[in-house]
Unconditional design. Structure first.
Lengths: 555, 108
């Protein structure tokens, strides 16, 4: 600026400096109003005006937002088309009125109210190209003379730069607001994550995962422990995506949490949530939801479905869809007046999978996964412990770097009774899986304080018992074995549960030792190693349970 | 599980290694039966067998019985501790002919 002041006429250099100063004011200040007032003051002094007003466009009217001089008309609204200010704006050209007495557009009303005596007016639109944001009006040049054409050109330039500065400041404010919105969205996502139940230990019967496609999710799942030890669970998918879906999800989740403990049964629960959503819901939004109650002691589940994908019931390698149910929640308050039907499932020895369409509609190998694809994934991973199983399925459909098309939520409910066993795991009854069983048993037996040479013997006994299940109980048709291993005082207790037809115990006995045909050798090894080998009554739903006990430590 | 065979004149040495369980014993059995049908003298080197179950033992028993019928030799060599434990539990350690090394068995 110093170098330019040497070549430019003094007045022009001053004007440039004023423009630069105003732009800097706007950029620096968070308060646009304050910047306008300061800017107007600068302009009025530079132009040697007795008074000045700055008008901004607001919903089709011009509103005075800053004043300088003896009369303050801040807040004055000029309806469309009135006065010299509107003329400047509509023509998008400065208006120079040397004597207001001769101008029919001059509004004498203002002078009458303020007591100010207007002689001449110079008014320039605040516009950049065709965008007009307001106008600056100057009154009465100091010293009694009128504004002139030079003044008109200068004010035109100053008003244009004020407009530019204002537009920039507004953009900056909008960006800041957008940034604040992004931060709020991230905060909302955090709150939502906190609403999901925390990860449970592997032997807990219900596990879930939620993977939002965006920051916030329209899905949720929850598990609530009821006073009598039963577990209420739910999975839901709110129509739509983004913030409004997330808010409706939060509301549904809160209703579930609150009502699950008070109402008996998932049917009544869904009906109550529907009534609440229908009463206060927003048009066009609805919720699909499955709610259920598991009794972990008996493995019995009661389910109710409101428009959600049918859950899948897995048992012994076969998958069955749990069909039936009502329309989604929040559509019509009369739909659930008659209640909501419930289905009862015996979950012992099986697992129930609930998921949102983010899973069935996930892209895999170029196509949609579909419910058969889900069944394939479950079959592939079904021998993993529940939390790992869910992770494995999710990892298959949400591969790194691929954005999810929809929120993805999945819940597994297992029918096995919770146990205090150190090992309690389901294995496929197949020869090639015996090695996994041996490793699991060896690792657990050592951990339980079984002395090393005995570990190998116990592993052999369990292996032989599993072979009997594979070869005799299932007869090569395949199935599952639940291997349980625990320590009860000085006793290492192994329980092997199968889901085959009950075996004829008369056929399971050691052969005489001089008969070295292979058949009875395994059973002989089991009896030689273990202190007790006996079939005991199996848990409901299972086929057989073999219990083997080995005393360890002091006899 | 791995099976290697080496010829030492008329005698075949079958060296087994790894875990011989229900999954792998059928291939052990196939290999041994093949040699039994050829009426070969067989030494089974068990030094590197970490685990054997009743199905693996059964394959050895079946081969032993055929060898006895054929009057060919069938010797278990360098029996590892896990295998010896199972033979003892099955009380078969006195039934099979055992040798400490392949050389000792060949010399015998």
């Amino acid at each position: 600026m110093n170098s330019s002041s040497a070549i430019l006429p003094a007045g022009v250099a001053d004007d440039l400096e004023l423009i630069a100063e105003m732009t800097a004011d706007f950029a620096r200040s968070r308060d646009i109003e304050e910047s306008l007032r300061v800017g107007l003051q600068h302009i009025a002094s530079r132009m040697e005006a007795d008074a000045a007003s700055l008008f901004l466009m607001d919903e089709g009217e011009l509103v005075c937002r800053a004043c300088f001089g003896p009369a303050d008309v801040t807040g004055l609204r000029l309806p469309h088309g009135q006065g010299i200010v509107w003329r400047a704006v509509m023509r998008n050209r400065p208006q120079l009125v040397r004597d207001v007495a001769t101008d029919p557009d001059f509004a004498h009303m203002v002078d009458q109210v303020t007591g100010f005596s207007t002689r001449s007016i110079l008014c320039a639109p605040m516009s950049v190209r065709d965008e007009c944001v307001g106008a600056i009006e100057l009154f009465n040049k100091k010293g009694g003379q009128s504004f002139d054409d030079d003044d008109r050109r200068i004010l035109q330039a100053l008003a244009a730069s004020a407009a530019l500065a204002l537009i920039n400041a507004r953009h900056a404010a909008a960006m800041a607001e957008q940034e604040a919105f992004r931060r709020e969205l991230a905060l909302a996502a955090d709150i939502q994550r906190a609403m999901l139940p925390a990860a449970k230990p592997a032997d807990f019967p219900i596990h879930g995962v939620n993977l939002p496609a965006r920051g916030v999710s329209g899905d949720f799942f929850d598990v609530v422990e009821l006073a009598d030890g039963r577990l209420a669970f739910a999975i839901a998918d709110v129509s739509g995506k983004g913030m409004n879906a997330a808010l409706l999800m939060a509301k549904t989740a809160s209703l579930f949490r609150c009502l699950a403990k008070r109402l008996d049964g998932p049917g009544a629960l869904l009906a109550a949530i529907d009534a609440e959503l229908a009463e206060t819901g927003s048009a066009g939004m609805f919720v699909t939801m499955v709610a259920g109650v598991l009794d972990p002691a008996t493995g019995q589940v009661v389910l109710a479905n409101a428009g959600h994908e049918p859950p899948l019931m897995w048992r012994e390698g076969a998958v069955e869809r749990v069909e039936g149910g009502m329309p989604p929640l929040g559509i019509d308050p009369t739909l659930f007046l008659g209640g909501c039907p419930e289905s009862r499932i015996d979950l012992r020895g099986g697992a129930l999978y609930l998921f949102t369409d983010g899973l069935t509609e996930a892209r895999l190998n170029g196509g949609m996964l579909g419910s058969e694809g889900v069944e394939d994934l479950l079959a592939r991973h079904h021998d993993l412990p529940a939390p790992e199983r869910l992770e494995a399925v999710i990892a298959d459909v949400a591969q790194d770097g691929l954005a999810l098309r929809d929120d993805l939520t999945m819940l597994v409910v297992e029918g096995r009774p919770m146990s205090s066993n150190a090992l309690d795991r389901l294995f496929p009854a197949r020869p090639e899986r015996l090695c996994d069983i041996r490793h699991a048993v060896a690792e657990t037996a050592s951990r339980l304080g079984c002395p090393e040479p005995l570990v190998n013997d116990v592993v052999l006994a369990v292996d032989e018992a599993c072979q009997n299940i594979i070869r005799h109980a299932y007869g090569g048709t395949g199935g599952d074995i639940v291997v349980q291993l625990g320590r009860e005082d000085q006793r290492l207790v192994v329980r092997l549960i199968d889901f085959a037809a009950p075996v004829d115990r008369a056929k399971i006995c050691s052969r005489a030792l001089d008969d070295i045909r292979p058949g009875g050798l395994g059973t002989h090894l089991m009896r030689s190693i273990m202190d007790e080998v006996a079939f005991v009554p199996p848990p409901p739903g299972a086929g057989n349970m073999l219990q083997m006990v080995k005393r360890i430590g002091e006899p | 599980m791995n099976i290697e065979t080496h010829n030492h004149g008329e005698t075949v040495v079958v060296a087994l290694s790894g875990e011989i369980d229900l999954q792998h014993s059928p291939s052990v059995r196939r290999q041994l039966m093949e040699l039994m049908f050829e009426r070969r003298d067989v030494l089974v080197d068990l030094a590197r067998v970490a685990y054997i179950d009743s199905s693996g033992i059964a394959s050895l028993v079946e081969a032993y019985q055929m060898a006895r019928k054929n009057t060919t030799r069938f010797v278990l060599v360098a029996v590892s501790q896990p295998v010896l434990r199972v033979l003892q539990l099955a009380r078969l350690d006195k039934v099979f002919t055992l040798a400490d090394t392949v050389d000792a068995a060949l010399a015998g």
